[in-house]
Every structure is written in structure tokens, then in C-alpha cells.
Design a protein around this ligand. Structure first.
Ligand SMILES: CC(C)(COP(=O)(O)OP(=O)(O)OC[C@H]1O[C@@H](n2cnc3c(N)ncnc32)[C@H](O)[C@@H]1OP(=O)(O)O)[C@@H](O)C(=O)NCCC(=O)NCCS
Length: 464
């Protein structure tokens, strides 16, 4: 983390009284006894990798840092302090807290954190930083907190964004770190951002895939993931550009974009785009999927996938493909929980995975439902085995079916889908693929199937 050596000379008293207790931690000022521990973890090249202190970091450096703040009992305006993070009686790291004195009516604080390697990955830094952020906003005139990072420091980005910080910009070659000018990313959090973050909804009732319209395009364009997720998914401007000008997938054949906005409880919260089957793609391939940073972890993503699965099933497809970047904080666990299974192939550096779609639960139509339509016999692709050449075990397929059926049932939680099924009016009703004009049945899939006149739409789509 950059900027942890910044200091100001103005001396005033502490504005936050320590210690602060959190669920697992104690935040307190350093004592002389802590200094060897501090020197040891700060001298660890792994810990120092993205930090701005010189290496080696010696006991003398720790002593000098301790002396600079010996008069303080906590963070103070115009000063920078390192606050110890203690867990079960042992120091596991420290927080850096600097509060500016340039703005008398309010103040800007700088935040940093350092954890000893052995104590990383347990959520300690997040827990400590959250407590300090709240103390700064609640107990001091601070209205804005800033953190600056090395652009490669994804773990730190993720931590900040999980507290409600947002990315504000990149300064190029702005920080002299150990003899090298490095880029510097800036994240910021206002008091009102933190309040909005803490008050954001944590669940949702109804998820729908809705068409992009003139009316919702502004909201769709404004959707954003966290900054640390930019390595997992393209930004909205690229998604929209590629929907308009699809990229070539293979052998000169372009992707066939099908896309919707994701709406949760009436609010636009995400975007989903798959590439439809073509001469080089035997299965639909989920190509772009993102939920806005303020709406993640509400269960919306899983419900949107369930709605998409209903849709591609209704079109008669037997599988849905996806690929992901396998890195910490990435979507691997999300997809695997939904039943996507890696095929063993790579698309560039991305893991290719596939979800096998079970035979649709065709309820409510006399005769037990129509047969599944298989992908056109002429297709071939490098990504997939031919339809039916399924290398997965039956057990895997059953598990996927269970996972998806579970999600699909929850999508129907608002009652609409299940009620329709029960009333025997529809077999598969992609009502969640709603049109702006209210015609539910003729969604993109239905229109294409009817245009083909191939009878591939086995399920009647009633108007609501
Ligand atoms: C991947 C992504 C689309 C998932 O969307 P989402 O709406 O956050 O998904 P969900 O809320 O359904 O599930 C996400 C996680 O939150 C958990 N969760 C769901 N509801 C929750 C709740 N109310 N409270 C806490 N956690 C919850 C889920 O169990 C899941 O955990 P997991 O990561 O361990 O599987 C979203 O994180 C995203 O946009 N990421 C960036 C872009 C990206 O990676 N896209 C995929 C490109 S291939």
C-alpha cells in the first residue's frame, strides 16, 4: 500500500480513543514490546511487496516509527500513526491511519493496512479496517477516506471494495517505491458512501431478464463491477459495443449476441449476454455476465442464471457453456455451485466449463411434453464435444440438475412461474424474459423458432 510513510508535523490530540474492540480483534497503540514483531513482519519481502517502506526494515526503523507517535493515544488530526491489530493476545499486523489538517470544516484521512503473512487470509485486515473506517466517520470530522494502491495489489483492492470504497483513478508513475516510479491507484470512500454500502439490500425477491430499451439504456450503461473484478469481465461500454459489433469466434464466424439487462425487484442491476449457437458454437455460451457492485451477493446472479437456463432449455439446448479467469475473488466458485463443470479445455487463459441441462420438467401439457431439440447436426466446434458425447458421469449430471432445479424453484418464489405451471397453461414459460411491449411468449427464442418454422418451440407461451 502506498503513502504509509506520509506524515504531517502539526500536533494535536487523539481524536479516536483506543483501544477499539471488534468481534475478534483489539486495535491499540504500539508498545515497546511490539517492536521486534513489527520489524519482523515488515521486513518480510512478501509483506513489503506492495508497500512503500525501504527494505531491509530493521528494529531501528520500528523504534523510530514508535518514537514519532509516542505522545499519542490514538489517531490524531495532522498526524499519521500505526495502530496495532491484536488477535488472541498477539500482534498480527497494523493499520496505518493518517488524518489531514488542511480542511478545518472536515478532514481527509488516509488508510493502510499490513498483516504478517501467517495471519493473512482470515479476514483480519477487513475487520480491522472496517472498525477504523466507522470510527473515523463516527467520531472525527473526517468526511472522506483515501487509500492508494499498487495496480497489481488485487487482494487489497478487493478488501477496500468490500468496505464500500470505489476506484477513483490511476496516477501514472506517481510513487517512488524503492528506486522505481510506480503507478498509483486511488480509492475513496465518503461518509455517505459507507452509509449507503451498509444499508444496501442483502436479498431479493424477483429477478427478471428484461430487454434493453431506450428507457433503461442509461441505467444499463452505468452498471459497474468492482475494480478488482475488471480482470474477470469487460466493462459495460465494451459489452454494448460487442453486442453491436460481435467479435469473430472462430474461422471467421462471429458470435451471435443475445443479451438482456438483469432486473431485481424492479431495479436494473446487471447485464447478461450469451452467444447463440452457430456453425462454430454447438451450444449457447454465456459470454458476458455482471452484477453491479452495489448488488452483488444478494443471490441475484444465481437467479439470473436460472432464468437464462430456463430460456436456453426452452430453446431445446442441452448445455450452456461459460469460461472464467481462475484467480482469487473470481467467479469460479459461483459457477461451480450452480453446476458448471470444467471441461478440461482452456480458452486463452480462461477455464472453459459447461452446464448440462437436464430434460426440461415439462409440466402441465397433456402427453408429457415434446422432445428436446438437439443442436443442428452440422455444427462442430473446438470447445465442445458433439451433443451426446458427454464425458460427464451420470452422478455429475444429476447433481447439476438438482442445483439448477433448486434455483429455478427459487426464481419462481414470486409465485408466477410455479402458479402457471400448476394451472397447466405453460410448459416452459420464459416469463422472466419479458418484453417491453408486454408480449411474453415471443421472446428472442420464440421469434427465431417461429421464423425458422421448424417447430422447435415445443412449449406454448401464453400471454400473461
Ligand atoms: C459473478 C457474479 C455475476 C455473481 O453475481 P452475484 O449476484 O453476486 O451472485 P450471487 O449473489 O447469486 O452469489 C454470489 C455469492 O454470494 C453468496 N450470496 C448470495 N446471497 C447472499 C446473501 N444474501 N448474503 C451473503 N452472501 C450471499 C452466494 O452464496 C455466492 O457465494 P460464492 O461466491 O461462495 O458462490 C458477480 O459477482 C459479478 O458480477 N462479478 C464480476 C463479473 C464476473 O466475474 N462475471 C463473470 C464473468 S465469467
Amino acid at each position: 500500500m502506498h503513502g504509509q510513510n506520509a506524515r504531517s508535523t502539526c500536533q494535536t490530540g487523539a481524536v479516536i480513543t483506543l483501544p477499539i474492540r471488534t468481534e475478534r480483534l483489539l486495535l491499540r497503540m504500539a508498545t515497546r514490546e511490539d517492536l521486534p514483531t513489527i520489524a519482523a513482519y515488515r521486513d518480510d519481502p512478501e509483506v513489503a511487496r506492495y508497500q512503500d517502506w525501504p527494505l531491509p526494515y530493521t528494529l531501528d526503523d520500528a523504534v523510530a516509527g514508535f518514537r514519532r507517535v509516542a505522545d499519542l493515544t490514538g489517531p490524531a488530526i495532522g498526524r499519521s500513526v500505526n495502530v496495532m491489530i491484536e488477535h488472541e493476545g498477539a500482534v498480527v499486523g497494523d493499520l496505518f491511519v493518517g488524518i489531514g489538517d488542511e480542511h478545518p470544516g472536515g478532514a481527509v484521512a488516509f488508510l493502510g493496512y499490513t498483516l504478517a503473512t501467517a495471519h493473512q487470509g482470515k479476514g483480519f485486515a477487513t475487520e480491522a479496517a472496517a472498525a477504523m473506517v466507522d470510527a473515523l466517520f463516527e467520531r472525527t470530522p473526517v468526511h472522506r477516506i483515501v487509500a492508494t494502491l499498487d495496480p497489481e495489489n488485487f487482494a487489497s483492492m478487493r478488501l477496500l471494495e468490500q468496505l464500500g470504497f470505489s476506484f477513483e483513478g490511476l496516477a501514472r508513475k506517481a510513487e517512488p517505491i524503492r528506486g522505481e516510479w510506480l503507478d498509483d491507484m486511488r480509492f475513496g470512500l465518503l461518509a455517505e458512501d459507507r452509509a449507503a454500502w451498509l444499508a444496501r439490500p442483502t436479498s431479493c425477491e424477483l429477478v427478471e431478464l428484461v430487454e434493453l430499451t431506450e428507457a433503461n439504456l442509461g441505467e444499463v450503461s452505468a452498471l459497474q463491477t468492482h475494480r478488482f473484478q475488471h480482470r474477470f469481465v469487460a466493462p459495460m461500454e465494451r459489452n454494448l459495443a460487442q453486442a453491436l459489433v460481435p467479435p469473430v469466434v472462430k474461422d471467421g464466424v462471429a458470435a451471435v449476441p443475445r443479451y438482456w439487462a438483469v432486473e431485481a425487484d424492479g431495479q436494473i442491476v446487471g447485464f447478461l449476454m450469451y452467444s447463440d449457437v452457430s456453425s462454430v458454437e454447438p451450444y449457447p455460451f454465456l459470454w458476458r455476465f455482471m452484477i453491479d457492485r452495489m448488488h452483488q451477493r444478494r443471490g441475484i446472479g444465481a437467479k439470473a442464471i436460472a432464468a437464462l437456463v430456463d430460456h436456453v432449455r426452452a430453446e431445446g439446448h442441452e448445455a450452456l457453456g461459460v469460461s472464467w479467469v481462475d484467480a482469487p475473488g473470481g467467479p469460479r466458485r459461483f459457477y461451480e455451485r450452480l453446476g458448471f463443470v470444467p471441461t478440461g479445455e482452456l480458452d486463452g487463459e480462461e477455464i472453459v466449463a459447461r452446464l448440462h441441462l437436464v430434460r426440461p420438467p415439462c409440466r402441465g401439457i397433456a402427453g408429457g411434453g415434446a422432445p428436446h431439440r438437439t443442436p443442428p447436426a452440422t455444427v462442430s466446434a473446438d470447445r465442445d464435444a458433439p451433443a451426446g458425447d458427454d464425458r460427464q458421469s451420470g452422478v455429475d449430471r444429476d447433481r447439476e440438475a438438482d442445483v439448477l432445479d433448486g434455483h429455478a424453484a427459487r426464481v419462481g418464489g414470486a409465485g408466477r412461474v410455479d402458479a402457471d405451471h400448476a394451472a397447466g397453461r405453460v410448459e416452459h414459460r420464459p416469463t422472466r424474459v419479458a418484453r417491453a411491449d408486454g408480449r411474453v411468449g415471443l421472446d428472442q427464442a420464440g421469434e427465431r423458432a417461429l421464423a425458422r418454422g421448424d417447430g422447435a418451440v415445443e412449449c406454448r407461451h401464453d400471454a400473461p
